[in-house]
Each structure stands twice: as structure tokens, then as C-alpha cells.
Design a protein around this ligand. Structure first.
Ligand code: SAM
Length: 225
């Protein structure tokens, strides 16, 4: 079973939206499992402190290396082969190719940062892979980890219906997806392109490819070779 272990200061945020729809159904069918572990259980002293002021000064607080390493070591055995991801705006941007690799593996361990982030030494010492979900700053890694999990779980075998294999979706072939239409044939004066109603599958495939290329050129030229 594909398994996810999340280290967070807010375990109550899980499974959150992943408990509904496709991912929730797959969770209850045992296609994947989710364990959210509270970093604070490994905090220091009566107040279970997990953070401290940044060395060198500056604003905010930093999650301590010793606390996070303890939480990780207690929840994830050293011989666990799952990739250990640290959600971080500084990380390598998450791509559909990386999502597919993760979905094909045994699962993931995801660490959710808070405050200014985590002590650099735990990133090095525990071989964490920093992953960003985009060029903006969230208040914590929890929503980023829900995004990462959702992208992976929908690719697991038996999660999506066979009509939606995901193979034609945006990014799968380096292009954005073509436009979709459904009934009614005409809506507010806008008609479905004739070609899609022609029944000529070769022409439809060509039209869709042209549309994909046009949209990618207009919106995401960075994706083109
Ligand atoms: N001081 C950090 C910086 O400038 O890079 C931002 C810290 S942010 C307020 C707190 C936490 O939210 C981060 O440690 C990370 O876990 C998470 N986070 C914020 N933005 C993210 C993004 N774009 N992708 C992934 N995680 C993010």
C-alpha cells in the first residue's frame, strides 16, 4: 500500500480535503494510508517548545534541528526507503514528472515547515528533499503537502476511473491540455467546434494537438523545447 507519513504541528489538518472524493474513497479502500504525526510531541520542556530564535538575529522563529530529527527518527525507521520531502518555497518546483515518480514508489514522508522554516542542519543531516509548490509563500507546509499528496494519490492504480487515465492531461506530454466541451451543442450563442462533432477521430486528434500547442505557446512558452 502507498503510504504517507506527515510531520506537522497541525495534525488535525489531515486528511482534510483528502478525506473526500477520489482520494477519500481510495483512503477508505486501503489503496493508500496516511499518518499525521505531531512534531510537538517531541518538543522540549513543559511547553513542548519546537522553535527558537534565528542564529544571527532577524525576525521570526526557526524549527529546531534536534526536535525535528527526533520526531522524524521516532516516526520513520532508518531503513524506510520512502523519499523525505520538506515543503519549502526554496525547494525545487514540484512537477508532474516528479509526482509520477513519487506515485510509482512506496509512498512519501513529508515534513511541513512553519515560522521562518527549519534549521538547515536537519535538512542536511536527514537528507531532506526540499519541494516547492510554486513561487509564493504559504504560512505553513500543510497545504503544500496536501497538494503534493493529492497529485500523487490520483495517479495510484485504482483511484481514477478508467476513462480518466491521466495520460492526456496537462504536462503529461510536455503540453497544456486542449479545451473541453460537452452538451448542450450551443450555449449562450457559443457552439461546440464542428470538428469535435464530425466523428473523424484523426482530425479530432490533430485539432486537439494544435490547440494544446497553441495554448502552451501562449501561456507557458517555458514548457516548449
Ligand atoms: N522564510 C521562508 C522563506 O522565505 O523561504 C518562508 C517560510 S513559510 C512562512 C513557512 C513554511 O510554509 C515553510 O517552511 C514551508 O514548509 C511552507 N511553505 C511556504 N510556502 C511554500 C511553497 N511555496 N511551497 C512549499 N512549502 C511552502
Amino acid at each position: 500500500m502507498w503510504s504517507a507519513t506527515i510531520l506537522t504541528l497541525y495534525p488535525e489538518m489531515f486528511p482534510g480535503p483528502l478525506g473526500t472524493s477520489l482520494s477519500g474513497d481510495a483512503l477508505s479502500r486501503g489503496i493508500w494510508s496516511l499518518e499525521a504525526r505531531n512534531i510537538r510531541d517531541h518538543g522540549i520542556g513543559r511547553h513542548r517548545a519546537v522553535d527558537d530564535t534565528p542564529a544571527g538575529g532577524g525576525p521570526g522563529m526557526v524549527i529546531r534541528a534536534d526536535v525535528l530529527a527526533h520526531a522524524l527518527d521516532a516516526g520513520v525507521p532508518a531503513d524506510d526507503t520512502r523519499p523525505r520531502l520538506l515543503m519549502s518555497p526554496r525547494g525545487r518546483p514540484l512537477t508532474q514528472a516528479r509526482v509520477r515518480q513519487l506515485a510509482e514508489g512506496p509512498g512519501v514522508v513529508i515534513i511541513c515547515g512553519r515560522f521562518e522554516g527549519v534549521d538547515e542542519r536537519v535538512i542536511e543531516g536527514r537528507g531532506l528533499e526540499e519541494v516547492s509548490i510554486g513561487d509564493y509563500v504559504l504560512s505553513g507546509g500543510e497545504i503544500a503537502s496536501l497538494v503534493t499528496l493529492d497529485a500523487c494519490v490520483r495517479l495510484l492504480s485504482g483511484v481514477m476511473g478508467k476513462e480518466a487515465s491521466g495520460s492526456e492531461e496537462s504536462f503529461e506530454n510536455g503540453l497544456l491540455e486542449y479545451p473541453h466541451y460537452t452538451r448542450p451543442r450551443e450555449w449562450e450563442g457559443r457552439a461546440i467546434p464542428d470538428i469535435l462533432l464530425s466523428g473523424d477521430h484523426a482530425k479530432i486528434a490533430r485539432w486537439r494537438k494544435e490547440q494544446s500547442e497553441r495554448l502552451t505557446r501562449e501561456r507557458r512558452p517555458d514548457l516548449l523545447p
